[in-house]
Design a protein around this ligand. Structure first.
Ligand code: SAM
Length: 217
């Protein structure tokens, strides 16, 4: 489910840490304040944390340094190998946002950075529904990812990328499932979360969702 990007990430795994430090001009804006974004998510996390799409383990390391109990889920074998090499004491399992091994612990926080857009909107709905059953009242979802205020804002970014000859970025924005705040707001409302959206750079927003009531759908 949503694993159609595995090959791309296996290839990207070797140079991913160079991209996030701004070495790829096309992705420079996407990764502005990358360290600060990861630290914001880590600072707000508490207790036992389930992380999806760990990649090379940069957020995982921050969560671990904070002394949190972390379970990482990552579908790309290449990414998993790099994360495991960096973080020898952390459990990093093969899985994805929708299908992952059962975790025998009460989960307090579910986190992810730069990854939720790999699910279609229908899959995003399924995932949040699943997490609403996994979290107790007060449990939190903290996702930082590229999101657009409106569909028009997304189309404008695609046009702007093409104008700047950022063809890989424009293709990425068209190929993957970048969504809008109203779509996400609707999903979080439906499954009993109180959610806020905060812009962190020209592309990335923090979604901070707190479980308020039992899921009734
Ligand atoms: C752009 S990287 C982000 C890595 C890391 N979270 C970070 O912030 O640097 C996206 C990650 O999401 C993973 N991914 C892709 N599809 C996924 C899915 N359906 N479920 C979970 N992770 C997925 C990729 O394999 C990759 O490691």
């Amino acid at each position: 489910m949503g694993r159609e990007f595995n090959e791309l990430f296996d290839e990207w795994s070797h140079s991913y840490d160079e991209t996030v430090t701004g070495h790829d001009p096309e992705y420079e804006e996407v990764f502005i304040d990358y360290d600060k974004i990861l630290s914001t998510v880590a600072e707000k996390s508490t207790g036992t944390v389930l992380e999806f799409g760990v990649g090379t383990g940069n957020l995982t390391a921050r969560l671990n340094n904070k002394g949190l109990n972390v379970f990482g889920i990552e579908p790309s074998e290449g990414m998993r190998a790099i994360a495991k090499q960096k973080l020898k004491n952390i459990t990093i399992l093969d899985g994805d946002f929708l299908e992952f091994p059962q975790i025998d612990a009460k989960i307090d926080t579910i986190v992810s950075t730069y990854a939720f857009h790999h699910l279609t909107d229908e899959e995003k709905d399924k995932a949040i529904r699943k997490y609403s059953n996994l979290l107790n009242e007060g449990g939190r979802i903290l996702f930082a990812d590229t999101v657009f205020p409106t569909e028009e804002a997304k189309q404008e970014k695609i046009r702007e990328s093409l104008k700047r000859n950022f063809h890989r970025l424009a293709e990425d924005l068209q190929r993957e499932y970048y969504t809008t705040i109203p779509v996400l707001q609707h999903i979080f409302d439906k499954y009993g979360f109180e959610v806020s959206f905060t812009r962190l750079n020209p592309f990335v927003w923090l979604m901070d969702a707190k479980k308020e009531r039992r899921n009734d759908s």
